[in-house]
Structure formats: structure tokens, C-alpha cells
Write a protein that binds this ligand. Structure first.
Ligand SMILES: Cc1cc2nc3c(=O)[nH]c(=O)nc-3n(C[C@H](O)[C@H](O)[C@H](O)COP(=O)(O)OP(=O)(O)OC[C@H]3O[C@@H](n4cnc5c(N)ncnc54)[C@H](O)[C@@H]3O)c2cc1C
Length: 592
């Protein structure tokens, strides 16, 4: 009997629950066989460590500053997720074809192999992406498939709120988060329910006896994740800015995100966070979400959401099930609030397109006059990659700024691939506002290192903190000493990630450069930590020996309550200073 096959090309949707691609194929009566395919794409992940792999294009480096595009932590997390998905699919009468190369090329080869086998190919399903590079790949895929009479079906499934349910056309997404949130919240319950998935899928279209699908990876079909991990991760150690904890990259027990990748772990985590214990951990979210240490202070769902190991609708369902039992609360509200930030960045990117990545950011569209000022030579400092390691950008990357709160956060990122939201805001503000370094250096560095990297959330947040995005208070700036006093009053977080400072008394842990030479010699081994900070701002001094109340429940993301008026002005730092409820200060130097 002739087989009719559809291919599900999985990308940032590595799951079988609430999986619209698999769902669509399952309900297509004409299709007899389902071929789930994952391609490790050489443009995103360096594949040269695989034995005999021949790269078609350049190394998988970030666009401007040449970091590995997918660093070691996300590479591991992704690989674990792919093989976890393969196991799950195998338990559902299916399988996952795993290949390495360029996505379009592999699809072409697989299609040819099916045709040669006498099969009919009906459609290729793919989750729609809206970032420019991915859209270009989709276009190429579409043209090669349509030339063969095959449909490319793109399904838009990344956001929580379906685009069809938005109370405005995507092209009119409000520029600022708060109006976006208010209009979406007015819709009522957030998001559609997750899809009901079949327990067994349509059979995998194996080729005739003895034949395997073409493309690099044939020899790995019978192998497991461990066989793939080591060669994949090996070239990624060739970098000056990441610190590995060991040759086999064990998970750092200090990490706030000590989890393996995959849908299995994602579902366990969501269940644990919303349903385990009485009351479950989410019941403290509002009070703990600005935490720095341990896995419990926030949901830790971002890495799973970014690669689609869990769907946002499944998270919302779990959250509303929790509310059915325990009632709605400030805690559950704030989780929804944060999930709307995720949707906001997804939709605002659809509106502003490639401006996500440009120096002038979204502001080039929303306020071209301001943007042109910030694009003039001299506004941002660069990074000479052949230059000294004492350049501010390098000290920031390597966690050697001499400001312990900044360095501890950078150490956490470099050694674990994760950093809290509080930490991200501080290190981003420090790089862009204190050191005045090009925000895209920070964004690309995060792109390389974060386990939970997502282009819209990462570049969107960097623009926001760097003052070129959609923050009505573009000059918002965090005082790292005050922040450390508020969120790490005993210096426990700093000492966890900067063991060189473990003997420094609490009174000086935020500002060790103030220690007298004899004290310094007593508490810090020579050469173990920078003697003076890369920069010292006058407004830090009043906070040097103050200890805050341990303010981990400060306002996190509702960054602007009453955006003040004030026309655009020229230089950095002009205008009246105000303190916002998230602990940052800003100059009222631009239009809200
Ligand atoms: C400079 C900078 C870069 C960032 N880069 C990324 C990134 O690449 N990927 C990413 O997912 N988040 C990014 N964030 C947002 C935020 O820091 C992380 O989503 C959050 O720390 C993840 O931890 P969590 O899952 O425990 O979050 P929770 O506090 O539990 O929040 C729940 C979910 O809401 C979403 N969310 C929360 N805050 C934000 C936010 N500000 N923007 C968008 N979504 C949010 C995430 O999906 C998160 O999982 C960045 C923030 C900053 C300041």
C-alpha cells in the first residue's frame, strides 16, 4: 500500500504535549505516516566536533562579536531535550529522525529518500518563527518544497495568547508593556486550553530493510545522548569567556537551574512548582521572585519555554488548576504578569522586525530623534577584540569588574548558564549605563551563555535596560551597591559565586576596595580579586556600609507607574532623577 507521509520539523517546540504540529498530522485523514524530524543546524550550533562532519558554511558564531552562538550550557540542554523527545516519541509508536547540517538541505534529502522509496509526501509542518533569519530559512524551505508539490504548513504557536485572540492587530501592538498587558488582561482567562493529544501517534515511515535516511547522523541513529554530547560540546570550550566546572561539564550544584533538558523534566518542574507541597512553591512567588540563590525562588520555566519543552498554555493550565484548589492570589497573578512580558516581547518583535537587533533598537521607530543621538559615534564604547584584557567590556564578561555583585552574577552565568532576573537587570544596567558599552556586546554574550536564550526576550530586555527599547524611562539605572544591600544583604550570594571573597566581612562585601591594605591582605589572597573597581560612581558611596532589609519582594517588572513628561534632551544623564519601585533610578530625559 502506498504511504502518505507528513513531516513534522521540530525547532523550538521539543515536546509531544500540546503540540500543534503532531496534532495536525494526527487528524489529517489522508496521512498514513508521520515523520518527526529534528535537525541540529550548523548555523546555530557548532558541529565541527562531530567525527567526520564537514561544515557547509562558517563557524556558528554570533553576528557581531563572534561568541559561540550556542554556548556549552544551552548546547547540552538542547541535546538532552532532543534525545528525551526521541524516547517519548518511541513510547508512542513513533520515533524522531535526528540529523546534523542545514535544515533545508536535510529536509530536501529526506524528501528525496521518501520519494525514492515510493512514498507520497503531503506536507511539512513547522512552528512559525518571526525573527528575520528564521523567516529567511522558512522562505527557502517553502520554495524547495513547493517546487516538489509539497505544502509547507507554518503554525504560529509560541505565545500564550493566540494572535487571533489579541484585541488589536499584531501590527498595532502597543509600544509599551503596560497598555499591552492591560488590554490583554481585559480579555479574561489568558490563553486557549492546551490541545488534547492522542496517546499513540501515526507510525514512523521506516525505509525498506537495511536503508536509513540520508544526512549526517545516520551512524548515530542507534546511539544515545551521551555519544552525541561529548563531541558536540568539545569545540565550545575554545573560548576565553566561559568557565567550565569540569571536563564532563557536571551540573554545578550551586546553580539556580540544576536541571537537564527535556519535556520530561519540564513537566515535572511545572507540576512541582504549582502542585507539590501544601501550599506549593508558587504560593510564595511574589515574595521570592527577586531571589538570587537556589532553584525555588521563581518558576525556572524559561529554559523549558524557550525551546518549547513545555507550552505556555500548559503552564497556564497548571497555574489555573492550582488556583482552582488554593484560590487566586497575588502570587499566581504575578506569574501570569511575567508570562505576559514573554508574549509582549514576542509580539513587539513581530511589529518592529529587524529593529530587535539594531544599535538604535525599537527607538529607531518610536522616537527616531532620540535614536539618532544614541547612534552617533562616541555614545557607546566598543570592544577591541585584539586589545587589552583590561578593557571594561572584557572585565565585565570575565566577571572582573571589581564590583562583587556584578562579578558574582557574571560568574554564575559563566559557570552555570543561568542568572536571575534581578542579576540580569543589574549586569545589563552596569554594562550599558555605568560602562556605556554597546548593549549588543552584552546581548550577544547572553545569547551565547544563557540556557534560556530567546531572541525576543533577550534582545528586547537588553534594549529595555540599555535605553533603546520600549522603556518610557530610557535612562533607568541600577545602583549595584544599593541593589546588593537590598537583595544580598549578608553577601551570601556573592560569596557563593566568588569564593575568593569568602573571608571578607559583611560590612565590606559589596565594596572590598574600601578595605585598608592590611585588612585586604588578611581577607583576600593576593591577585585573587581586582583591587579597584573598573568604575566608581559617586552615588554608590552612601550605600557602602548600609545593609538593606533583604528586600527580595521589591517591584520587579512593572517598571513604570507614572511615566513623567519631559521632552527629549541631548546628553546622557540630564534631567531630574527619580527612584522607581524596582529600585532603579532614572532621569526624566525623554518622552514617555
Ligand atoms: C538583560 C536581560 C536578558 C534576558 N534574557 C532572557 C532570555 O534570553 N530568555 C528569557 O526567557 N528571558 C530573558 N530575560 C527575562 C528574565 O530574566 C527571565 O525570563 C527569568 O529570569 C527566567 O526565570 P524564571 O523562569 O524563573 O522566571 P519567572 O520569574 O518564574 O517568570 C515566569 C516566566 O515569565 C517569563 N518572563 C519573566 N520575566 C520576563 C521578562 N523580563 N521578559 C520576558 N519574559 C519574562 C519567562 O518565560 C519566565 O519563565 C532577560 C532579562 C534581562 C533583564
Amino acid at each position: 500500500m502506498k504511504r502518505t507521509v507528513s513531516i513534522c520539523l521540530l525547532r523550538q517546540d521539543l515536546r509531544v504535549h500540546d503540540q500543534p504540529l503532531l496534532h495536525a498530522v494526527h487528524h489529517d485523514k489522508e496521512v498514513t505516516h508521520l515523520l518527526p524530524l529534528y535537525v541540529f543546524d550548523e548555523r546555530y550550533l557548532e558541529l565541527s566536533g562531530l567525527p567526520g562532519y564537514e561544515r557547509d558554511g562558517p563557524e556558528a558564531r554570533t553576528r557581531l562579536f563572534g561568541f559561540w552562538r550556542t554556548g556549552v550550557f544551552r548546547a547540552r540542554f538542547l541535546t538532552e531535550a532532543v534525545y528525551d523527545l526521541r524516547n517519548t516519541l518511541r513510547s508512542k509508536n513513533s520515533d524522531l529522525l535526528v540529523r546534523f547540517g542545514k535544515m533545508e538541505r536535510i529536509v530536501e534529502q529526506v524528501v528525496e529518500a521518501l520519494k525514492e522509496n515510493g512514498d507520497e509526501i503531503k506536507s511539512v509542518y513547522l512552528q512559525k518563527d518571526f525573527c528575520s533569519e528564521e523567516v529567511a530559512i522558512e522562505r527557502r524551505l517553502d520554495s524547495l518544497l513547493s517546487a516538489r508539490g509539497i505544502t509547507l504548513s507554518l503554525i504560529d504557536a509560541a505565545p500564550l495568547i493566540d494572535a487571533r485572540d489579541l484585541p488589536f492587530p499584531v501590527s498595532q501592538t502597543p509600544d509599551v508593556f503596560t497598555p499591552f498587558r492591560k488590554r490583554v488582561e481585559a480579555l479574561g482567562p489568558l490563553g486557549r486550553p492546551p490541545l488534547e493529544m492522542p496517546s499513540q501517534l501515526k507510525p514512523f515511515p521506516s525505509l525498506e530493510e537495511g536503508k536509513s535516511y540520508p544526512g549526517y547522523g545516520k551512524d548515530l541513529d542507534s546511539k544515545g545522548v551521551e555519544d552525541v554530547l561529548l563531541p558536540l560540546l568539545t569545540p565550545l570550550q575554545d573560548t576565553f569567556e566561559t568557565k567550565y566546572s569540569g571536563s564532563e561539564w557536571p551540573r554545578d550544584l550551586k546553580s539556580a537551574f540544576p536541571y537537564a533538558g527535556g519535556e520530561t523534566v519540564a513537566l515535572e518542574r511545572v507540576n512541582w512548582y504549582f502542585h507539590q507541597g501544601d501550599p506549593p512553591p508558587v504560593s510564595k512567588y511574589k515574595a521570592t521572585r527577586n531571589g538570587l540563590l537556589g532553584h525555588e525562588y521563581s518558576t525556572k520555566l524559561s529554559p523549558f519555554l524557550c525551546l518549547g519543552m513545555i507550552s505556555p498554555r500548559t503552564v497556564m493550565k497548571s497555574l489555573t488548576d492550582h488556583e482552582d484548589k488554593y484560590g487566586e492570589s497575588q502570587n499566581t497573578y504575578w506569574v501570569k504578569f511575567e508570562l505576559l512580558w514573554r508574549d509582549y516581547f514576542l509580539y513587539i518583535t513581530r511589529k518592529f522586525g529587524t529593529k530587535l537587533f539594531t544599535l538604535g533598537g525599537f527607538e529607531e521607530v518610536t522616537d527616531p530623534k532620540q535614536a539618532s543621538i544614541k547612534m552617533q559615534p562616541g555614545w557607546w564604547k566598543g570592544w577591541d577584540q585584539e586589545g587589552s584584557n583590561e578593557q571594561p567590556a572584557v572585565r565585565w564578561m570575565q566577571g572582573r569588574t571589581g564590583v562583587p555583585f556584578i562579578d558574582a552574577n557574571m560568574a554564575e552565568l559563566r559557570e552555570s548558564g543561568f542568572m536571575s532576573n534581578r542579576g540580569r537587570q543589574n549586569v545589563a544596567s552596569f554594562l550599558t549605563k555605568d560602562l556605556q558599552v554597546d548593549w549588543r556586546i552584552g546581548a550577544e554574550f547572553f545569547e551565547s551563555h544563557l540556557i534560556d536564550y530567546d531572541p525576543t526576550a533577550n534582545y528586547g530586555n537588553w534594549q529595555y535596560v540599555g535605553g533603546v527599547g520600549n522603556d518610557p524611562r530610557a535612562s533607568r539605572q541600577f545602583n549595584p551597591i544599593k541593589q546588593a544591600n537590598d537583595y544580598d544583604p549578608q553577601g551570601t550570594y556573592i560569596k557563593t559565586w566568588l569564593p575568593a571573597l569568602h573571608r571578607v566581612p559583611t560590612s565590606h562585601i559589596q565594596c572590598p576596595w574600601v578595605l585598608k591594605p592590611a585588612q585586604r591582605a588578611e581577607f583576600i589572597a593576593e591577585g585573587a580579586y581586582p583591587e579597584s573597581p573598573v568604575i566608581e560612581a559617586p552615588n554608590w558611596r552612601p550605600h557602602y556600609h548600609k545593609k538593606g532589609p533583604g528586600k527580595i519582594n521589591g517591584n520587579r517588572n512593572e517598571r513604570v507607574k507614572n511615566p513623567g513628561p519631559g521632552g527629549p534632551k541631548k546628553g546622557r544623564g540630564e534631567g531630574r532623577t527619580t527612584t522607581d519601585s524596582d529600585g532603579s533610578t532614572s532621569k526624566e530625559n525623554r518622552r514617555a
